[in-house]
Structure formats: structure tokens, C-alpha cells
Design a binder for this molecule. Structure first.
Ligand SMILES: [Zn+2]
Length: 387
């Protein structure tokens, strides 16, 4: 059987408590302080404990955090670009000390146990500058960070109750996707990150990757996204149609990625690649302005950053464009089309949202009619976007 590449740091983290262990200590839950957490923190607890964020075993302690924002590496030198923090609500700070174990509660259910090793303060402005390259509140990732407590708790975390993603067939953890890829006999797998419904430009990138690797792992993001981005269920449904009706099903696998968007551009591209490495991918597609927002990052900053991460253990597929060229009469990129800007139609998430909002019939070079029809039908009964 084909051996997949190793997870980041060598081994998948597995800190999901067994049913017996969970029920044993839940009997004593009254002895613990409980801290309510939001949806995205719940996802992060799941991601740490099920290996999505391997080699992390908990929320970052100060040495890892400072190392990440200063040099894009964990304290032990493993490449890492996005801080994973547990923001401690101010009202709990005086009740909790290093050495305590606390329970994390989502919507009334205990979901995790955090072993607090350290409580420390971060400088949110300095962190924003390091991760996002800006401290402007207009940047959605910066705004999220600045709205949270600057007191954070670092330490190992365990998953108590299987909550959101682990239950869903559309959000399999790395242990499961790795099994599936092995069963399929795939040796090279390209991961594709998206927060948009599929359009022709993304389809082009996916097909180019499919020409090269054994399997394509489509993984739309499920988790916090900014207002105006597509509803994750809509993205998944549109991809389900694409995989069912167009792609060779035995060469494509679809499952969601349960984490929040940060819009950190290049740093998030590396983070997304590391995550896909843990899911079993050998390659990761990095397109134009990956995980970017507004005009904060250069078109191909997310390509260049990988030059600083040799031996990452996953190969970035640095793809340009694409656009539709009326002279080539096909989707193309700067690398395959010799014509000028005026012959080219840029296909972007922004353009497809405009088309949908205006109900204008799009060219088949932008949208597959089947996908467009599905979206128009959906729009009659629900909002396609995050509110
Ligand atoms: Zn052309």
C-alpha cells in the first residue's frame, strides 16, 4: 500500500478522550471552572486534538507564540505562521492560574479540557502587524484579533465530546482522510483551499493539478468568514454537484476544513499548506492572492513566501491567474496566453458575487450553467452569503 507523507512535525496529534474517560471525569465536572467558548474556538479545540494542527498539542505557550510572530517557526524550529491562541475572557483571569485544568463549554456542552500551563499577555497590535502586515481595523482578520482579550492561556487541550466537525461526513479528520487516500492508492495528492463556489478559474486550476497528481482533495473552509462571503453549505453543495456530474469521482475527494478564515494572505497560505500536509496531501494549490482581502497583499505574495520554507514537507503548486482569453478561446494564465489585458476576462470571487447579485446571465466561460442554476434556485429561499 502506498505510504503517505508524514504529518507536520512527524506524528498526528490525537487527544480525543475515549467515551469512558470522558464520562468518568464529566461526573466530576462540578469541580472544574467552566469557560464558555465560541464556535471557532470549539473548532480549534477539535483541530488541535484531532491532528489538523499537528504538531500542536494545545494552545500556544508564550515561547511558541513569540517564536511564531517573530520568525514564523515554533520554538523547536518547526515552520508555523499563524498563532493559535486561547483568549481568556477578562472575567475569568483572576480565577485561573497555571497548573489548573478548566473545562471549555460550547452552547452548554463540555467540549474540551484545557490544562493551563501558562497565562500571559499578548500585544494585539504587534501580533496583528506580524501576522497580517497591518493594524488597520478595516482588515477583517485584524478586527477579529483586536476584539479579543489580550490575556491568553497556553497549554495542552483534550477533546471531551465529539462536537461539530468530527460527526460530519463532510468534515473528516486527518486520520480518516489519510485512510481514504491510502485505500484509493493515491501517492500524490493536491489540496485545494476555497471559500467560494466553484467557477471556471478554480476549475481550471483543479484540472491542471489533476493532470499531474493522483488525487485532488477539495476542501472548502467551514468556520468564521467575513460578512458577504459565501455560506459554507452553499459552497459544499455546489462542489457536490461539480464532483458528481463532472469530475472523475475516483480521483477527487471533497470534505470541509473546519477553521476560521484569517485573511492573512501569505502567512495563511503557509498555514493552509501545513494543515493539508496533515490531512495527507503532498501538494497544495496556491493561487492568486491566496487568503487575501482588499488590497493588503500583492497578487503573488503568497507564492513568494514559500521560498522561505524549504523542506516544508508539502509542495506548493504556485498557479497564476487564471482568466478567460477571448483570443485563445479558453481559460488561460500569464504562462499560457500571449495576448494582452484587453482580451482577458479576470474571473474572481468578487465578479461571481456581482453576477449573482445582479441576476445577470453569466458567460459559460465564467460559470458552468448547472452551478449557476443551482445558485439561483438557492437564492430564492435563502441568503447565499454570510450576514
Ligand atoms: Zn490569449
Amino acid at each position: 500500500m502506498a505510504a503517505l507523507s508524514a504529518p507536520h512535525g512527524g506524528a498526528l496529534t490525537d487527544q480525543v478522550l475515549s467515551a469512558e474517560d470522558s464520562s468518568a471525569f464529566l461526573k466530576e465536572e462540578q469541580n472544574y471552572i467552566k469557560i464558555p467558548v465560541d464556535f471557532d474556538t470549539t473548532l480549534e479545540v477539535e483541530n488541535i486534538t484531532t491532528g489538523v494542527l499537528s504538531p500542536l498539542k494545545g494552545f500556544m505557550t508564550k515561547s511558541d507564540f513569540l517564536s511564531v510572530i517573530k520568525r514564523d517557526r515554533l520554538a523547536d524550529d518547526t515552520p508555523w505562521t499563524i498563532p493559535i491562541l486561547f483568549h481568556l475572557p477578562e472575567k475569568y483571569v483572576r480565577y485561573i492560574a497555571a497548573g489548573d485544568a478548566v473545562l471549555l463549554e460550547y452552547q452548554g456542552d463540555v467540549i474540551g479540557r484545557l490544562h493551563v500551563e501558562e497565562i500571559y499577555t499578548i500585544d494585539a497590535g504587534e501580533t496583528a502587524q506580524a501576522v497580517f502586515g497591518t493594524t488597520e481595523r478595516a482588515h477583517p482578520g485584524v478586527n477579529q484579533l483586536l476584539s479579543k482579550s489580550e490575556t491568553v492561556a497556553g497549554g495542552k487541550v483534550e477533546l471531551v465530546k465529539k462536537t461539530i466537525s468530527v460527526q460530519s461526513e463532510f468534515m473528516l479528520p486527518p486520520q480518516e482522510t489519510r485512510k481514504i487516500f491510502e485505500q484509493k492508492g493515491w501517492r500524490t495528492i493536491a489540496g485545494f483551499q476555497t471559500r467560494n463556489v466553484i467557477h471556471r478559474a478554480h476549475e481550471y486550476l483543479q484540472r491542471v493539478a489533476l493532470e499531474y497528481v493522483d488525487g485532488l482533495f477539495l476542501q472548502p473552509i467551514i468556520g468564521w468568514k467575513k460578512t458577504g462571503d459565501f455560506d459554507p453549505d452553499i459552497v459544499i453543495e455546489a462542489y457536490t454537484i461539480m464532483v458528481r456530474d463532472f469530475y472523475p469521482q475516483e480521483r477527487v475527494f471533497l470534505s470541509g476544513l473546519p477553521t476560521a478564515m484569517r485573511y492573512a494572505g501569505p502567512k495563511e497560505a503557509v498555514f493552509h499548506a501545513i494543515i493539508r500536509k496533515n490531512y495527507g496531501c503532498t501538494h497544495f494549490i496556491v493561487g492568486r492572492d491566496h487568503a487575501g482581502v482588499g488590497g493588503y497583499y500583492g497578487k503573488y505574495d503568497a507564492h513568494k513566501i514559500f521560498d522561505r520554507f524549504e523542506n516544508l514537507g508539502i509542495v506548493p503548486l504556485r498557479f497564476c491567474g487564471p482568466f478567460y482569453c477571448s483570443k485563445c478561446e479558453s481559460t488561460a494564465t500569464e504562462k499560457t496566453c500571449g495576448h494582452s489585458e484587453k482580451d482577458r476576462l479576470e474571473i474572481s470571487g468578487t465578479l461571481i458575487r456581482e453576477i449573482l447579485n445582479n441576476h445577470s446571465k453569466p458567460s459559460e466561460h465564467i460559470f458552468r450553467p448547472e452551478i449557476y442554476k443551482f445558485l439561483l434556485e438557492k437564492a430564492k429561499t435563502q441568503n447565499l452569503y454570510n450576514q
